[in-house]
Design a protein around this ligand. Structure first.
Ligand code: G4P
Length: 542
């Protein structure tokens, strides 16, 4: 293994922030960029309303600041680390896209609003991280307001998420009296001093041991007394720190701070980058692929169309799993069994969208996509072909029949649906009943229908009607033989097929599903589409 490859891997950190809308993800992202030196003055992002429908939360930052960050990943350096921060759009609702992005991350930062605690969307995203077994770091935000106490928050993580937390630091005061944090590793106290409004600049920080002259001058006797008591309590009653448990996602290192005022941002970033794992390998059909392999490999985890409406471009985002990517190299596209030149890759630096010369494991490259990529595609320097198995396709929970208001615009509608399904925003199904031509769209979050209507109109000029269907579960059929005609519509279920021609059944509810299983013991259902392999035999509708 080349020492350069080894060095590049060990200094990389690729992560995503998971949170409920309004917890402060955009604010924290901006502050990480400030501390990473990628921007010089953080400004409060005003265009927040626009982001409800935006494909990336960072569009709001971009509009406000005039820098190009509309992308799926931001890369910045902090000290010696090359940091890749992946975007997980945090709309009121969410799409599969968000889940999939987590397949490209090696760790997650769970951001919670200290006043609101663990909220619904955080729980959903947490579960996906848990499934992958990646380390989860917790940042309790908005300590500059009165909220739940640190102990209450730790308790909530355990009760709601079943995860123990280990406070890496401990806040001194809260609300307007939030003064600083005590670092349990170094046993130093950080006392903060705001510089500029709303944390536009890095915060002033005085760092001294708890029992020092300096601290006695900075904090009041009662603040020091309270802190000593808290720490004693934690040391006696809290968990022991175990980096092994952190790395398997059993124990979450917890931090307290305020993204808005920057209080606690640097202590968090320092400790997080030190503890978070470097890029890990990924499972594949040929076994686990380690990042240190000399051959370049990667998988597409996200496709985004129309990032720049003026250019109608489409970008496939590829996470590098192993080896070294060099500009212009040729890689094998496993699904198409074709060699392609990776000619126009872009990497997304915080300051601008730049052409890149090379990339290493953990990095994400944006490939110009003339329509040849699909989510889950594997690219590799050819030695032997294999497929990565890391991008799950989720079972949608909301369904609707989609029609074009203007029959003359059906073509535009179909093109739009096709592209948005390749992006992973929606899944398209075809009805199997005779004469039923209108596509059925499945999504994992209700709001995706609104996003769909908005984007179809804005990007494809197709005004669509969305007729919601009363189904809540989609199950792919696993069977030796399956006759959809005999099985079809009985009022509470409907047979359709996916883009690959695989049959699946939409059920009204859990009861309808159990009923079908009892009546048809020869069938089995699964919530995820079976991986389509070149040699697999598909038993579809006759
Ligand atoms: P999101 O991306 O997770 O949706 O959250 P975002 O950063 O947009 O923040 C949501 C709101 O919370 C914003 O207020 C933001 O200023 C505020 N906020 C973020 N971090 C902190 C913090 O540490 N302390 C406090 N007190 N507030 C914080 P807004 O009223 O919607 O916008 P604005 O008028 O402040 O720009």
């Amino acid at each position: 293994m080349s020492s350069e490859l080894e060095r590049e891997i060990s200094r990389r950190r690729t992560f995503a922030i998971i949170s409920h809308p309004d917890a402060g993800k955009t604010t924290l992202t901006e502050k990480l960029l400030l501390y990473g030196g990628a921007i010089h003055l953080a400004g409060s992002v005003k265009a927040r309303r626009a982001k409800r429908y935006a494909t990336s939360d960072w569009m709001a930052i971009e509009k406000e600041r005039g820098i190009s960050v509309t992308s799926s990943v931001l890369q910045f350096t902090y000290r010696d680390h090359a940091v890749n921060l992946l975007d997980t759009p945090g709309h009121q609702d969410f799409s599969e896209d968000t889940y999939r992005t987590l397949s490209a991350a090696d760790s997650a930062v769970m951001l919670i609003d200290a006043a609101k605690g663990v909220e619904p969307q955080t729980i959903k995203l947490f579960k996906v991280c848990k499934l992958r077994g990646i380390p989860i770091f917790t940042f309790a935000n908005k300590l500059d307001r009165y909220g739940r106490t640190p102990l209450e928050l730790m308790d909530e993580l355990e009760k709601v998420l079943g995860m123990r937390a280990y406070p890496m630091n401990w806040p001194i005061g809260s609300g307007p009296e939030f003064r600083g944090v005590y670092d349990r590793r170094t046993k130093n106290v950080h006392v903060f001093q705001a510089v500029g409004r709303h944390g536009a600049e890095e915060v002033g920080e005085q760092i001294h041991p708890l029992d020092s002259e300096e601290m006695r001058a900075l904090l009041t006797e009662s603040e020091l007394e309270k802190l000593r008591e808290d720490i004693e309590l934690l040391d006696i009653g809290g968990d022991d720190f175990s980096i092994d448990k952190v790395l398997t996602g059993e124990l979450s290192p917890m931090f307290f701070g305020s993204a808005m005022t920057n209080f606690g941002v640097r202590p968090f970033l320092d400790a997080f980058l030190e503890m978070a794992p470097p890029p890990s390998g990924r499972p594949s059909s040929a076994g686990f692929i380690e990042p240190v392999g000399e051959k370049f490999t990667g998988f597409v985890f996200k496709i985004q169309a129309n990032m720049d409406p003026a250019h109608r471009d489409r970008i496939a985002f590829l996470r590098v799993v192993s080896g070294h990517y060099v500009k212009g190299m040729t890689a094998h596209h496993v699904r198409l069994d074709k060699d392609i030149r990776l000619a126009k890759p872009t990497q997304f630096m915080a300051s601008e969208r730049t052409g890149i010369e090379d990339a290493w494991p953990g990095d994400v490259i944006g490939l110009f996509d003339p329509g040849i990529f699909r989510i889950g595609d594997t690219l590799l320097e050819k030695t032997r072909a294999f497929d990565f198995e890391c991008v799950p396709r989720f079972s949608p929970e909301f369904f609707a029949v989609v029609r074009s208001k203007d029959p003359m615009k059906r073509k535009q509608m179909e093109k739009g649906l096709e592209q948005l399904s390749e992006e992973g925003t929606i899944q398209i199904f075809q009805q199997l009943q005779m004469g039923m031509k209108d596509p059925i769209v499945g999504v994992v979050g209700q709001l995706q229908f609104e996003v769909l209507q908005y984007r179809m109109d804005a990007e494809y000029g197709a005004d669509i009607i969305v007729d919601k269907l009363p189904f809540g579960h989609a199950r792919w059929v696993v069977a030796q033989k399956f006759d959809p005609k005999a099985f079809d519509w009985e009022g509470n279920r409907m047979t359709v097929q996916d883009r690959d021609g695989l049959p699946l059944v939409l059920f009204r509810d859990e009861w309808a599903m159990q009923h079908a299983l009892q009546k048809h013991p020869e069938l089995a259902f699964q919530a995820h589409a079976p991986q389509l392999k070149a040699n697999s035999v598909i038993i579809g509708p006759s």
